[in-house]
Design a protein around this ligand. Structure first.
Ligand SMILES: [Ca+2]
Ligand SMILES: [Ca+2]
Length: 154
């Protein structure tokens, strides 16, 4: 015990944070794959913290249903642009950018929406963004915050 150079192995806080973020993103990828395979995660719970946001030109929308952690994206205007929605952990409160957890794209206004879901802990602050897209072009983005809740001692 006394011989171990413990003093030199001081954990670096910044590194820990970065590692945690990496794990997050990887996890999101795994669960996304599960969602794509048709695995729906539904929880019969508790608090509704649903959200809605429209593309800036009103040609589509994204809806977040917290019960089931489902993002639904709808293209409502046949204008040659599809609609893409994101659920992400914002870099800062109100930020338009962050770590994407769920993404769904509705390529056309054909009457059907596109949904994707994954289990997201309720206490995390999320945001939802929706944009028009065509190829690699992204326009008319709009977004809203979905504040998390402090965990209830369960
Ligand atoms: Ca459209
Ligand atoms: Ca559609």
């Amino acid at each position: 015990m006394g011989c171990q150079p413990e003093g030199r192995i001081v954990p670096n806080r910044r590194k820990e944070v970065r590692l945690t973020r990496g794990v997050w993103k990887r996890r999101a990828g795994v669960v996304l794959a599960a969602a794509a395979a048709g695995v729906m995660v539904t929880t019969g719970t508790a608090y509704a913290n649903d959200a809605y946001v429209e593309v800036l030109d009103g040609s589509g929308n994204a809806v977040w249903i917290e019960n089931g952690d489902t993002l639904s994206v709808c293209d409502t205007k046949p204008d040659g642009w599809g609609v893409r929605g994101y659920i992400y952990v914002p870099d800062a409160p109100g930020s338009a950018d962050g770590a994407v957890m769920i993404k769904a794209s509705d390529p056309s206004a054909d009457g059907d929406c596109v949904a994707a879901s994954m289990n997201v802990p309720e206490q995390i602050d999320l945001s939802m963004k929706v944009c028009n897209y065509k190829g690699a072009s992204i326009i008319f983005c709009n977004w809203v915050s979905i504040p998390g809740r402090p965990s209830q001692g369960t």
